[in-house]
Design a protein around this ligand. Sequence first.
Ligand SMILES: N[C@@H](CCC(=O)N[C@@H](CS)C(=O)NCC(=O)O)C(=O)O
Length: 190
Amino acid sequence: MKLYFNPRSRAVIAKWMLDECGAKYELVPVDLSKREQKAPEFLKVNPAGKLPALVDGDTRVFEAAAICLYLADKFPEANLAPKPGAPERGRYLSLVVYSTSQVEPSMGDHMMKQPTAPQRGWTDFEGVLNAVENELGSGPYLFGDWFTAADVMVGSMFIWQRMLGGNTGRPKLEAYVDRLMARPKGLKVG
Ligand SMILES: N[C@@H](CCC(=O)N[C@@H](CS)C(=O)NCC(=O)O)C(=O)O
């Protein structure tokens, strides 16, 4: 497997997931300052010209959430996802998609001090924080003691916020971020 990678990009999320899976992989450096992500060869891997992108034999996967879903299913022995048909599967898929469809853009609005119009398809950041706190329940992870790819995706959004100097302002969520970053293979800030 090849992960197209730059350490200052969302490709660190995919790398974290690969590490949690115990996968063997090669990192292919992509220099964003040289716009290598827009090179015709790379656009054949990810037409959006963005990182991360993963190539596994004849399979190519782009979007961090899709990569996490793909890897969790490819490495069932890592036990990072409820199996298809399991009652938790729907909530798991929802949380992974929710991370990039709502948490991330809402956080973007919040950081750029933009109002969140409901027509945009996501709630304001307070709404996101309430939803994630609610889903986390008493934790320690989104599925209780079970760490899954949903924690990689949802957690990465808040780790990212911390990397950019922000925080949620919610002690329960900050403790969740600390817990994720303390994992031996977890994302580290800095
Ligand atoms: N929704 C995408 C976001 C990907 C993305 O925006 N990646 C950034 C790096 S963090 C990128 O490649 N930017 C370079 C560009 O847009 O030219 C995902 O989750 O994979």
